[in-house]
Design a protein around this ligand. Structure first.
Ligand code: FES
Length: 234
């Protein structure tokens, strides 16, 4: 079965089982996202992919496309809500972009630029989160975790190692390493695992790389994320 829906007033075709995000993206329309990844089922946690359908906000990464639905995405209202969600993500962790090795290659930072977020107008939580440097090749900086669970899913479903997990709830939620010691160095995690390269922010970093890529040559320096993401699809 297939059909068509309206995305910001433009007709978008879909096939049965496709979500709004998948169909829109296949038709060349970018919808912001952080926890969605094309190789994994939708997770629905970051909510950056919200769109408006029949007056309701829905997660486009999880919502199946339906014939005739009218979807609003790139509007001042929806982008304003996405900015607020980004602001919350920034204050919930410790994100100090200028000193972060992922700066310029970070999806959270790139989306904040793209959606013109100026300052996280909420009070910062400044959570007390550790850094794990126990692995010989990979550093973990939990301060930057946005709980997308992509490393958890990649390590469990693709690498078959189950190295990561999220624990607790609400403001106490945090990423942990599945080892009795809680240290990455005590797992069989390897630098060429998919989980080592899937983090959209700067939690999982290769050691001894640092700021090797100069400013100007980084992924999101020349083009905003909505352009880069669609080029990657081609
Ligand atoms: Fe849809 Fe995160 S991308 S909820």
């Amino acid at each position: 079965m297939s059909g068509t829906f309206l995305f910001d007033g433009q007709p978008v075709p879909f096939t049965d089982g496709q979500t709004i995000l998948q169909a829109a993206r296949a038709a060349g329309h970018y919808i912001p996202h952080l926890c969605w990844h094309p190789d994994f089922p939708p997770h629905g946690s970051c909510k950056l992919c919200i769109v408006k359908v029949a007056g309701r906000h829905v997660s486009s990464c999880a919502m199946p496309a339906k014939e005739g639905m009218e979807v609003e995405s790139n509007t001042p209202e929806i982008n304003g809500e996405r900015r607020a969600l980004l602001q919350m993500l920034f204050v919930e962790g410790n994100h100090f972009c200028p000193s972060c090795e992922k700066s310029g290659n970070c999806q959270l930072q790139a989306l904040a630029y793209d959606l013109e977020m100026l300052t996280p107008r909420f009070n910062h939580f400044f959570p007390d989160r550790p850094v794990d440097a126990s692995h010989p090749e990979v550093l973990l900086d939990f301060n930057r975790c946005i709980f997308c669970e992509l490393c958890v899913r990649a390590s469990r479903d693709v690498d078959h190692k189950n190295v990561f997990a999220l624990t607790e709830r609400g403001i106490h939620k945090h990423l942990v390493v599945n080892a009795e010691s809680g240290r990455l160095g005590d797992t069989d995690f390897a630098a060429n695992d998919l989980a080592a390269s899937i983090c959209p922010v700067g939690v999982i970093l290769r050691k001894r790389v640092g700021f090797a890529q100069p400013i100007g040559a980084r992924k999101y320096d020349a083009q905003p994320i909505h352009v880069v993401a669609m080029q990657e699809d081609k």
